[in-house]
Each structure stands twice: as C-alpha cells, then as structure tokens.
Design a protein around this ligand. Structure first.
Ligand SMILES: [Mn+2]
Length: 276
C-alpha cells in the first residue's frame, strides 16, 4: 500500500456553468459524442476538450467497468482534472478500482474484471513502465475524488453532485459514513437474488439544493423531491445523460449497444417493476 492522496476540494465554483455527466461505465465513444454535443471542442496541441465559455465537466463517478474502454476514460479524467477542466466524485466502482490499483486484496467482479484485462493488454502493448505510471495516475485520480461536490453560484451552494445519494445532514461533511453513503446510497442488506436492497433516500431531502445523482439506472432522467437521477444505463444499452447547470437542461446520446453482456439489466428490471 502506498500513501493515500488527499481528497480534492469539494467546493466547485460553477459561475461559468457546468455539465454533469451520469455513469459512463467505460462507454468512451458515447462519452465523446456527448461532450461534443455539449459544445466541447478538441484542442490538438493540449490533447484536451475545452468549452469556449469556460464550462466544466463533472463526472458522477463509475467511469470504468462493465463497458469496453475503461482506460480511455481514466486517461481522459487524469488529463482534464489535472488541467482544471473537469472534476469527478467518488463512486462504488471507482473506490473498488482504486483499492485494486493500490495492491489491496479485492474481488474484481461486476465488470471490474474487464478493467484488469484492459490493464494487462495495455502492459503488453506499451510495456511495464508505461503501465505502472498509468496505474499510479489512475490510483491517485480515484482516491482523491471527493465524496460529493457542492456547486456554488453567486457565492451560494445551489446544487450537489453525488454518485449514489446523500442525506441532508451529510452535505458539506466528510468522513467514512459520508463516503460510504455517497458511494452506495441507502442500502439495507442483500436480497435473496444477491442484489442490494436500496432504500429511497430522496424522500428525506428538505434543504434547498438540487441533488444530481446516478448509480441506480432508470430509463429516463427522474426528478423527485428536488433530486435528479441522470444514470440512464448507457452500458446496458440505454443512454448517456448530461445535466447542464444552471440552465437546467438535459442532453443525452443513445448507447450504440448493450455492452454489459447481460440480458437481465437494471433497465429491463426497471421496466418489469413498472408493469407490475
Ligand atoms: Mn455505481
């Protein structure tokens, strides 16, 4: 185990506008299509995508795993966070991959094994030294992600970006309980089919900030009690969604395919549950 880097700041000045992106899960092609649709332009000299109006990209986490191109996603965020053009919050897959890259004993499943396979192929293609340096940069990126981000505009926190959910009393706070909740949401044990039983944390939200979150896919963006879910299960063949703040606009691109290799996905289950 190496030193765990400090978390990046959780206050983000959003006066120039931000674009919050739902769970990408290694769908790099759809991700690039989406940010181009949002007006980000590639600068060849810098090898970065920039918005002319100085807007920032915010990822809700889970940029890797399940899909085809985790390493491209990691490289993108390493470069853009470093350049001050993007931010990212902590997430369940992000945390798992960070601990794996740190040499800890973790069970790579639920698409995380695809990340391991990509790193193996990368090492074979580019050599061990390059692979090690990418592993270290990825480890730092993921470990230093704050549990949630407070989006400030005109000096006031107006929105919160978080992976799986947050309780009002955790907003602006830090610590293991906060991190855990932000990564996994309000989980109450495991059901008979092996899936986590998720409780509806949105019901307790009373404070004024809009909470933008992902993690738990649904077919359409879902507004509920001043929260907004923008995980439309791109990796399961749904769509990748962006939320433009403060414009309050949703922009999406459809997935080119269901990359997960699963027939029974959160999206198909969601539809079944709706029809009950
Ligand atoms: Mn997740």
């Amino acid at each position: 185990m190496k030193a765990v880097p400090r978390k990046r700041p959780y206050i983000l000045h959003a006066d120039s506008g931000v674009d919050i992106i739902g769970d990408v899960h290694a769908c790099y092609g759809e991700f690039i299509e989406l940010i181009q649709k949002l007006g980000y332009q590639f600068n060849e000299k810098e090898n970065t995508y920039r918005h002319l109006k100085g807007r920032k990209l915010i990822s809700l986490g889970d940029i890797t795993s399940r899909g085809p191109d985790s390493i491209s996603m990691l490289q993108f965020f390493i470069r853009h966070v470093e350049a001050g053009l993007a931010e990212m919050v902590d997430s369940n897959h992000g945390w798992k991959i960070a601990r794996w890259l740190d040499g800890r004993r973790v069970n790579l499943a639920h698409g995380d094994e695809k990340v391991e396979a990509e790193f193996r192929a990368y090492s074979q293609q580019y050599g061990a030294a390059k692979a090690d340096s990418l592993r270290e940069a990825s480890r730092r990126l993921l470990f230093s992600a704050p549990s949630h981000l407070l989006l400030k505009r005109n000096g006031k926190v107006q929105a919160v970006a978080v992976h799986a959910g947050i309780r009002d009393e955790y907003i602006g706070k830090d610590g293991p309980a906060v991190s855990n909740f932000c990564r996994y949401g309000d989980v109450s044990g495991i059901s008979a089919d092996g899936r986590p039983i998720r409780l509806d944390w949105t019901r307790q939200h009373r404070t004024g900030e809009l909470i933008v979150w992902g993690h738990d896919p649904r077919p359409q963006p879902e507004r509920k009690n001043n929260t907004l879910n923008i995980d439309q299960g791109c990796v399961f063949g749904g769509q990748l969604t962006a939320y433009r703040f403060p414009e309050d606009e949703l922009v999406g691109v459809p997935a080119k395919q269901n990359y997960s290799g699963l027939a029974d996905t959160p999206l198909t289950r969601y539809k079944k549950e709706e029809n009950v």
